[in-house]
Design a protein around this ligand. Structure first.
Ligand code: ZN
Length: 376
C-alpha cells in the first residue's frame, strides 16, 4: 500500500479508527499507514529487518510488515526511507512519570520502590479496550514529545531516586532501539529495567532485550486465539512463546489478564490458560486478574462484576497458580500476597501502598516458605 502524501492529524486519527474497526470485524490486514515519514534526529536505523525482493521486511514483531520506501509499519514507529528501515521513536518520549512499581503492576519485584517510567508513541496492537489509546494509537510524529536521549533518561532516573526504569504506557517493544540503548546504560549504573508489554515480539529481539531486562509484566489477553485476534489484532501463540522465552532467560515475570465482560470472561478459557501456565513452569508467576472499566471502543460494556474476578481467582488457585491477584478494585483483599503454605498475609497492600511486608530474605516470616520474587 503506497501513499506518501501528508495528511492532517484529524484525517490520520480517523484512519486509525477505521483500521481498528476493521480489526474488530476480523478484516485485519497487517498493512501500512502512510503519513509524513521525514527522518530527523529522533530517527535511528532499526534493528531486526532485512531487504527482500518485496521490500523491507520488519522482523521485530509477529506482524512481519513489508514496507516500500516511504511506508510506515503497523506499529506507526518504523519507516522505510532512503534504502534503510528506521525507528522514529528514539529519544522522543511522549510520557515521563515517576510511579510506584506496584502500579505496573509488579507485586513481587522491589516492593515500595519507584520506577522512572517512559513511553514513546506507538503500538503493534489495536486493542478495543486500550487505556492509553491517545498515545498507543498514534505515531511519534503525531504525539507531543519531549527530547530525552538514553543517557538523559538514566540521569533523570538517578536524580529522581528511582531504582528502576519502566518502559510502559504505550507498547515498549515498538520503541525497541530506544529502550535497548537506555536499558544498557541503566545497567551500567546498577539501575534495573522493567517492561509492561503485550509480549508481541519475535524471539530473537526478545532474547537480545532479555540481556538487560530484569522484569516483565506481560498482558496475556485471553487463551482463545479467535478472541485474541478480534480484540487486539494480535495472535495468542507468539505471546505464549514470549512468556516461555522470558522464563528461560530468567527475567522476573508477572502476567496480567484483563477480564472483559462478554469477551474474556469465559471460565473454561481462564482454566485452560492457568493450566497452560502451570504446565509450562509458571505456577509461581504472579497472575493479576484485572477489572475492566468501560472505555475507548468498549465503552458500552459494564465493568467486570467482582464475583467474576473472585471466581477467576478460585479457578486459577485450584489449577495450581500460587500467587493470584485481583486488580483495579481499591481496598480488596485480592491485592495482598498470601503465603501459599501457611496462608498468612505476607504483603498487605492498599492500591499502590504497602501497609505491611512480612517476607524476610525472600521467605515467609511465619513458616519459612520461599516466596518467589526479587525482594531487594
Ligand atoms: Zn508461610
Amino acid at each position: 500500500m503506497k501513499n506518501t502524501s501528508n495528511i492532517s492529524k484529524r484525517e490520520f486519527l480517523r484512519q486509525c479508527t477505521l483500521c481498528a474497526g476493521g480489526a474488530a470485524l476480523g478484516m485485519y490486514n497487517p498493512s501500512i499507514l502512510s503519513f509524513n515519514t521525514e527522518l530527523n534526529k529522533f530517527s535511528k536505523e532499526a534493528l531486526f529487518y532485512s531487504k527482500t525482493e518485496n521490500g523491507f521486511l520488519c522482523e521485530k514483531c509477529p506482524h512481519f510488515c513489508t514496507l516500500d520506501d516511504g511506508d510506515t509499519g503497523f506499529c506507526r514507529s518504523r519507516v522505510a526511507s532512503n534504502g534503510k528501515m528506521y525507528s522514529i521513536a528514539y529519544g522522543n518520549p511522549c510520557a515521563v512519570h515517576i510511579d510506584p512499581i506496584e502500579k505496573k503492576p509488579f507485586f513481587h519485584f522491589l516492593p515500595s520502590t519507584n520506577a522512572f517510567s517512559i513511553a514513546a508513541a506507538g503500538c503493534n496492537m489495536r486493542c478495543l479496550n486500550c487505556q492509553n489509546w491517545q498515545i498507543s494509537q498514534a505515531s511519534p510524529n503525531e504525539s507531543d514529545n519531549i527530547e530525552l536521549m538514553p543517557e538523559e533518561v538514566v540521569k533523570a532516573c538517578i536524580k529522581s531516586g528511582s531504582e528502576s526504569i519502566a518502559y510502559t504506557y504505550s507498547e515498549p517493544t515498538t520503541f525497541f532501539e530506544y529502550m535497548l540503548d537506555t536499558a544498557r546504560l541503566a545497567h551500567e549504573q546498577k539501575i534495573r529495567n522493567v517492561i509492561k508489554s503485550n509480549g508481541y515480539i519475535n524471539e530473537k529481539p526478545l532474547r537480545l532485550l532479555c540481556k538487560v531486562l530484569d522484569a516483565a509484566n506481560i498482558d496475556l489477553k485471553t487463551y482463545d486465539d479467535r478472541i485474541y485476534r478480534k480484540i487486539s489484532s494480535g495472535k495468542l501463540k507468539p505471546v505464549l512463546t514470549a512468556l516461555k522465552v522470558l522464563r528461560d532467560e530468567g527475567v522476573w515475570l508477572e502476567i496480567t489478564n484483563l477480564i472483559i465482560p462478554s469477551w474474556t470472561d469465559n471460565f473454561d478459557t481462564i482454566k485452560k490458560m492457568c493450566e497452560w501456565l502451570c504446565n509450562n513452569g509458571m505456577s509461581e508467576t504472579p497472575l493479576h486478574f484485572s477489572r475492566f472499566t468501560p472505555l475507548y471502543k468498549l465503552s458500552q460494556l459494564p465493568p467486570t462484576p467482582i464475583v467474576t474476578l473472585k471466581k477467576a481467582r478460585k479457578i486459577a488457585e485450584d489449577s495450581g497458580m500460587k500467587f493470584v491477584y485481583i486488580g483495579n478494585i481499591s481496598g480488596h483483599d485480592g491485592e495482598n500476597t498470601y503465603c501459599p503454605k501457611c496462608g498468612k498475609v505476607l504483603v498487605e497492600r492498599r492500591i499502590f501502598t504497602i501497609l505491611g511486608n512480612y517476607i524476610i530474605k525472600g521467605k515467609c516470616k511465619y513458616c519459612g516458605e520461599k516466596i518467589s520474587g526479587i525482594w531487594n
